[in-house]
Design a protein around this ligand. Structure first.
Ligand code: GCV
Length: 610
């Protein structure tokens, strides 16, 4: 057993899965035996019923399921028992068929927006991994029923593009390593890759280009018959795409989809397209409107094996966004929602930010069946605990649970994660669950209250910098003056509200109807605007920053009192100290920024620096 293997929420599986367990059935059998011995349980029988596919049923003293379903059933049985609960009854099936993790790993071992160390599967320009750790990772993913892993960054370099070329044999070996855990691989591809092979164009309507991709796909599936498909970032943040040839994104996506279709592959096409060279003087262009403007007119034009992957909100993984209106506008297209477990804008796995409450909010606003698949940028890396902050593992665990049941109660998920991971006495478990359930609200209060996103340090995206993006090219302006802040995105402003269905449009159209947490997302408000609670906007900005920071400070005592085992205790304590520093910086920088602009003092005379 490698010395650094951590069990995370599966501490009772105290031995590694041996390499000889090379099919889901063998892993299921091994895990069941290991788990039952550790938990002192009578071992249920395992029965394959291929018709159940990824589903399973735990019936009395037997677990029945399809090949992968059996594996999921074994983990569900063991985790329920380990948590002291009854296993689920009746037939269990995942809500989403495609439950995907997107690694933003680069071949040199770095990870774009990675906060947990280096890549677990790339180093020195090639695929390279520790077999025992990959098996542990496979076990973790299978235990929460995730079934696809995209191994490389959507920003594809030359070395990564070679995964489907001379590096294909290594990719096939990595696929072998994940297969026993029911995890199929995918890669991000570069749209213009045929150019590097002398094709002369990457025009999706060109016969030579189509042939090149068909031949690539044939080679990939010959090497990896259960390969899942390709992921594409095109015409986005300087990546090449069909626009260069005057073609639509449906034409671009369908060309690739037709190359992978004979093999049962899917083509996941990202909808993260906007003008990243905006002139800040241009007030007519409004970045969060871009995905809808590009894709809604294409509804119905995509092939069946195209999945359009849309970020959860119309901007970019911000702390607080409404559901992207694109989800309501494309009933004839298969859509995937893309989340970001990597906490780029939400604390970078230093600050605590549990995501299940956010996923549930989306499920409440958007019927889960309107979405075909779920994807999330991973928060994984080579750190001993895989996720940097030990509590960030709750987001990986929780993502799997949400992918199986989007309406599952966030508290139930977080409690189960906490119980499996730490087995704390009831009162301390309650304290941890409360801390995690509140964590998003705390972060939001000091870093992005009232939907005022983008006050972050440019590029790095950690810590405050209220003017940082104001005169930049990224389309993320707040336009603060001495009297007011925010962008009017209503029908009288840029018109973003018009992209929403009527009921939501009404909710967002006036500042009075708009919920507080999105007020400054949709509206430009004067500092003397009076909020529903009777406070002026400027006072609310100050109050939230003082309160959010105080709540972050209080978290340190809660964590210290949890009695966590080492090394989690030290890791969590070290990070909460950094979180507190960050919260203080947010409080003081943002308060000073608005105080300097508005000249309005805090009604309670608290310290605001000048
Ligand atoms: C992979 C944001 C991030 C980029 C990321 C991009 C994307 O802009 O800052 O690092 O690139 O999203 O989702 O493609």
């Amino acid at each position: 057993m490698s010395k650094d293997i951590r069990r995370l929420w599966l501490p009772f599986l105290s031995a590694d899965v041996p390499a000889k367990c090379d099919t889901p059935a063998k892993v299921a059998e091994y895990e069941l035996k290991l788990g039952c011995e550790a938990l002192g349980l009578k071992m249920p029988a395992l029965r394959v019923d291929a018709a159940l596919g990824e589903g399973y049923e735990i019936e009395g003293d037997a677990i029945v399921g399809g090949e992968r379903g059996l594996l999921y059933g074994v983990y569900a049985f063991l985790m329920a028992r380990a948590a002291g609960e009854e296993p689920p009854t009746g037939a269990q099936r995942p809500f989403y068929g495609l439950r995907m993790l997107d690694g933003w790993d680069n071949a040199d071992g770095t990870i774009e927006r990675g906060y947990s160390g280096r890549s677990l599967w790339f180093e020195g320009g090639k695929l390279e991994w520790d077999g025992a750790r990959i098996r542990q990772l496979g076990r973790l993913l299978a235990s929460v029923g995730l079934n696809v892993l995209c191994v490389n960054n959507v920003n594809v370099g030359d070395t990564e593009a070679r995964l489907l070329e001379d590096a294909l044999p290594d990719l096939a070996k990595l696929a072998d390593a994940f297969r026993p855990f029911g995890v199929r691989l995918m890669t991000s591809i570069e749209f213009a890759r045929p150019l590097a092979h002398g094709v002369g164009t990457a025009d999706p309507l060109d016969a030579g280009v189509q042939r090149w991709w068909r031949e690539r796909a044939d080679a990939v599936w010959a090497a990896i018959p259960d390969f899942a498909g390709f992921l594409v970032k095109a015409d986005s943040e300087h990546r090449p795409g069909p626009f260069a040839y005057g073609r639509s994104h449906a034409e671009g996506a369908n060309m690739l989809a037709r190359a992978v279709a004979p093999h049962g592959g899917v083509l996941v096409w990202r909808a993260f397209v906007y003008n990243c060279k905006q002139d800040w003087r241009d007030t007519a262009t409004d970045r969060p409107m871009a995905a809808y403007q590009t894709y809604a007119p294409l509804d119905g034009q995509f092939d069946d094996n195209v999945i359009l992957q849309v970020k959860n909100g119309p901007f970019d993984f911000q702390v607080r966004e409404p559901v992207s209106p694109t989800f309501y506008a494309m009933p004839r297209t298969r859509l995937a929602v893309e989340w970001q477990l990597a906490q780029e804008y939400t604390g970078q796995q230093v600050d605590i930010y549990a995501m299940n409450p956010m996923w549930r909010e989306m499920a409440d606003d958007l019927p889960p069946e309107k979405v075909y698949a779920v994807a999330a940028v991973t928060n994984l890396g080579r750190d001993d605990n895989y996720t940097g902050h030990p509590f960030a593992a709750a987001n990986l665990y929780g993502f799997g649970r949400y992918a199986w049941a989007p309406k599952v109660s966030p508290e139930t998920v977080i409690r189960r994660w906490a119980r499996l991971t730490y087995h704390l006495p009831a009162e301390r478990e309650d304290a941890l669950v409360r801390l995690l359930m509140d964590s998003r609200g705390v972060y939001e209060q000091y870093a992005a209250q009232l939907g005022i996103d983008w006050m972050v340090n440019p590029h790095d995206h950690y810590g405050p910098n209220p003017g940082g993006y104001e005169f930049d090219v990224w389309g993320t302006y707040l336009r603060p003056t001495r009297d007011a802040v925010g962008i009017d995105r209503t029908s009288k402003g840029t018109g973003l509200t018009l992209q929403f269905p009527p009921e939501m449009r009404e909710r967002y159209e006036t500042p009075e109807a708009c919920p507080d947490n999105l007020k400054l997302f949709f509206h430009r408000l004067r500092y003397d605007y009076v909020m529903a609670d009777g406070h002026t906007l400027i006072q609310r900005l100050y109050d939230d920053h003082f309160e959010g920071c105080a709540r972050a400070e209080a978290m340190a005592d809660t964590i210290a009192g949890l009695g966590l085992p080492e090394p989690d205790r030290s890791e969590a304590m070290e990070r909460i100290e950094r979180q507190i520093q960050n919260a203080r910086e947010w409080r003081d920088v943002v308060n000073t920024f608005f105080h300097r602009l508005s000249g309005v003092d805090d009604a309670h005379g608290r310290k605001i620096y000048d």
